[in-house]
Design a protein around this ligand. Structure first.
Ligand code: HEC
Length: 110
C-alpha cells in the first residue's frame, strides 16, 4: 500500500509539473504581447514617426502633444487609410497599435 501511494504521488507530481509547464508556455506569449507595448511603441515612434513628428517649428506634422488627446482608433485610422497610410503601410498591425497606444497613452482595446 505504501508502495502504491508513493508511485501515485510521483505520478501526480509529474502531472502537476506538466500542467504548470503548459500554463507557463501559454501565458508567456500573452505577457510578452501586453507588457512591452509602451516601450515598443516608443521605439517604433522614434524610428518611423519622430523625424517628422518631433515638434520642430518648421514641420507641418502635428507634435506628439497635439496627437495625444486623439483616440487610438483615430491614430490607427490615419495610419491605415488616412493621411499617414504610406507611413502606416510599412508597419504591421501590432506595431501600428503599439504606436497608437504610445502616442495617446490609451489602450486600443485589442
Ligand atoms: C515624412 C514625414 C512624416 C512621417 C515619417 C510621419 N508623419 Fe505623420 N504627419 C506628417 C505630416 C506632414 C502630417 C500632417 C498631414 C496633413 O495635415 O495633411 C502628419 C499627420 C499625422 C497625423 C494626423 C493625421 C490626420 O488625419 O489628422 C497622425 C495621427 C500621424 N501623422 C501619425 C504618424 C505616425 C504614427 C507616424 C509613424 C508611423 C507618422 N505619422 C510618420 C508627416 C509625417
Amino acid at each position: 500500500m505504501r508502495q502504491a501511494s508513493a508511485t501515485m504521488r510521483r505520478h501526480m507530481t509529474r502531472c502537476l509539473c506538466a500542467a504548470i509547464a503548459l500554463v507557463a508556455s501559454v501565458a508567456a506569449p500573452a505577457r510578452a504581447q501586453d507588457a512591452p507595448s509602451a516601450s515598443t511603441g516608443q521605439a517604433l515612434f522614434a524610428t518611423f514617426c519622430a523625424n517628422c513628428h518631433d515638434g520642430t517649428a518648421d514641420s507641418r506634422a502635428p507634435t506628439p502633444g497635439e496627437l495625444r488627446p486623439r483616440s487610438p482608433a483615430a491614430i490607427l485610422e490615419s495610419l491605415i487609410s488616412g493621411a499617414m497610410r504610406v507611413q502606416g503601410s510599412r508597419l504591421g498591425g501590432p506595431e501600428r497599435r503599439a504606436i497608437a497606444e504610445y502616442i495617446t497613452g490609451k489602450d486600443t482595446g485589442r
